[in-house]
Every structure is written in C-alpha cells, then in structure tokens.
Design a binder for this molecule. Structure first.
Ligand SMILES: NC(=O)c1ccc[n+]([C@@H]2O[C@H](COP(=O)([O-])OP(=O)(O)OC[C@H]3O[C@@H](n4cnc5c(N)ncnc54)[C@H](OP(=O)(O)O)[C@@H]3O)[C@@H](O)[C@H]2O)c1
Length: 324
C-alpha cells in the first residue's frame, strides 16, 4: 500500500518538486497551496487558520489510513509554505510569525495526534554567517540576523519542543535554491538571469553582490533528500528517537551572486560590462551574512546521500547551451 505525503506549499518553488518526486516514487502525494491552489488537484487552505488545518488533516488521515502500514505511514511535510523573503517578513512581521511559527505549531500538534512524521524545511539564515565561522554544523547555535531567520528559528524550536516525546519532528535546513521555475522571480538564483539581461541595456549599471558566499542548491536534489529522510525516519519507528532531529543539506558549489551572473552570461554568450560587482560595505554597522555554509555531516552520518547536480551543467542544459 502506498504511503501518503501531505505537502504544504505545493504551489511553491520547492513544494512543486517535492510533490513530483514523492508521486514518482509511488507515494500518494497530496498538496496544499493558498493563492495559487486549484482545487481539487491541490487543497486550498490558509495554514494560519488552525481550525481549517485541523479539519483538513483529520479528513486526509481518514482517507488514507492504511493500518497494515501501522499508523506512522502518513507523512506531513511542511516544506514550502513559509514566508521566504526576508524583505517581505520585515514588511509584515505579524504575518511572518503567523505563517512561519504559529502555523508550524499547529502542524506539529496535528502530526502528534495523527502519529505522522513532520519534516520542516528551514534555512541557512538561522546562522549569522560571520567570516571564519562556516561551515556550520547542526549543533551550532542559531543566531539569525533578520526577522525571516528569527521566525524560521522559532518554527524550528516549536517543532523540537512539541515533538520532543513523540520524535515525529525533523528539521532540514537548506541554503538558497535554484531549479525549475514558472518564472525566474520564484528563486533568488533564477532571477539573476533577469539581471544579466538588464545588464545588456544601453548604459546599464546593474549593481550585484560580490560579497556573500552562496551555495545554490537544486530543488530537485532537495526533494530527493526529503524522500530519503522520510523513508529513513518512517522505517526507524521505535529507533527514531535516536536519529538526529536536525539535518542540513547543501551543495558545495560556492559563488557570489556576481559570480553566478558571470557564469550565466558566459553560458549565454553575453557580455557583462553593464554589471558592477559590489563588495562588503565598510561603513555598515551590521554586516550582511558573509558565509552561512551548512555542513551536511549529520545527513551523511545517517547514511543519506548528499550528492548534488553540477550547477553549471544544470544551467547549460536549462538554457540549452550545450557547447562551451
Ligand atoms: N527558496 C529558497 O531559496 C529557500 C532557501 C532556504 C529555505 N527555503 C525554505 O524552503 C521553503 C519553500 O520555499 P519556496 O521558495 O518554495 O517558497 P515559495 O515558492 O514562496 O512558496 C511558498 C508556499 O507557501 C504557500 N503559502 C504562503 N502563505 C500561505 C498561507 N497563509 N497558507 C497556506 N500556504 C501558504 C504558498 O502558496 P500560494 O503560492 O498558493 O499562495 C506557496 O505554495 C520555505 O520553508 C523556505 O523558508 C527556501
């Protein structure tokens, strides 16, 4: 009997890939979205509405209660639905807290009730990224420097606390993501394609960050890790308490945003004279995170592959430029 995964944020950049990878692996994958959800394919639900979440998850549980797999064969994933953009968080702190923290608490409580595993996608922005500190191990103390990182850290804490006795909560931190997108603006990496085109305009002087070190990681790779984690933790059953509750996944492809633009421009055969590389601001009182590189040791220790696709090769295929 197929296992069931509920994927929140399934209309989003990462959630779409997760839904697809679980479906391809033979799971019954049920997605939820909000403004972009198109029922009945995807459930439309406001995750900050605790009653609506409870009744949907109660309903899904009854739809997919396969007792022969024991009651842990339902998986609720809290991949996508989060207020991801740091700036958006700052504009609406209450909204960010409702969706990144309170909704997460409701989901953790629902998973305890339904004996379902909760996998929560978090971010490298829980770390300050001061020069010389990376790579961060899972044990490192989170010390977020912006509201987005703070609300994600608070979401992590809520999960760890609520699922402490049941061992049904797992956190997977990931860095900036790239991959298949409906439009480049869905990803802080894909959108650099637009910046490269903007730099082609007459007299362009597009400023681009050449300070922060980034480790762009493909959404398809993250989705496969999610699947591996789900299988590993569901299979562990009674031994689950001994598995780590915090995991981190990242590629080792290291670039500044300016370097990514350079690479994309090279692939497309475009010049980049219209782009200006911006380094550290010597006058800034609070420096932006320099390097929040995530160590993948905890994932490797539990035997999960951390292989990633090659960044440049993926983009060469994506822009159909196979020749160097
Ligand atoms: N993208 C990155 O570079 C990155 C990096 C590190 C960590 N992450 C983490 O990865 C996860 C996914 O990010 P993403 O880039 O895929 O995000 P995204 O594309 O912005 O998608 C967010 C999802 O959340 C849903 N959502 C937003 N508000 C909701 C609400 N009130 N109720 C129900 N659903 C709601 C959206 O639904 P609608 O669109 O239908 O409204 C959408 O499906 C997040 O947890 C994020 O913190 C992302």
């Amino acid at each position: 009997m197929a296992k069931t995964a509920v994927v929140t944020g399934a209309t989003g950049f990462l959630g779409r890939q997760v839904l697809q990878v679980f479906s391809s692996a033979g799971w019954k994958a049920i997605g939820t979205g909000y403004s972009r959800a198109n029922p009945p394919t995807l459930h439309k639900i406001d995750l900050s509405d605790a009653d609506a979440v409870r009744s949907l998850l109660d309903e899904i549980k009854y739809d997919t209660l396969f007792h022969e797999h024991c009651n842990s064969h339902q998986l609720t994933t809290r991949w996508g639905a989060a207020n991801r953009f740091p700036d958006k968080c700052d504009q609406d702190p209450d909204g960010a807290r409702r969706i990144n923290v309170e909704a997460t608490q409701h989901l953790a409580q629902a998973c305890n009730t339904h004996s379902a595993l909760l996998i929560y996608i978090s971010t490298d922005y829980v770390f300050p990224g001061r020069p010389g500190e990376a790579p961060y191990e899972v044990e490192a103390d989170p010390e977020p420097t912006n509201l987005y990182g703070q609300t994600k850290r608070d979401g992590e804490r809520a999960i760890l606390e609520i699922t402490q006795d049941t061992a049904l909560g797992v956190i997977l931190r990931v860095p900036v993501l790239y991959g298949k997108a409906n439009q480049p603006s869905e990803s802080a990496v894909n959108i650099l394609l637009d910046a490269v085109w903007k730099a082609q305009e007459n007299g362009a002087q597009v400023k681009m960050d050449h300070y922060a070190q980034r480790y762009p990681t493909n959404t398809e790779d993250v989705a496969h890790v999610c699947l591996d984690v789900a299988i590993k933790y569901l299979d562990a059953k009674d031994e689950r308490q001994s598995l780590p509750k915090l995991l981190q996944f990242s590629s080792e492809d290291r670039h500044t945003k300016y370097e990514i633009c350079k690479l994309l421009a090279d692939i497309m055969g475009l010049p980049l004279a219209g782009m200006i590389a911006i380094g550290a601001d010597p006058n800034a009182s609070v420096q932006r995170p320099y390097d929040t590189h995530l160590s993948t040791k905890a994932l490797q220790d539990v035997g999960i592959s951390v292989r990633t696709q090659d960044f440049e090769a993926w983009w060469r295929r994506e822009v159909k430029a196979y020749r160097k």
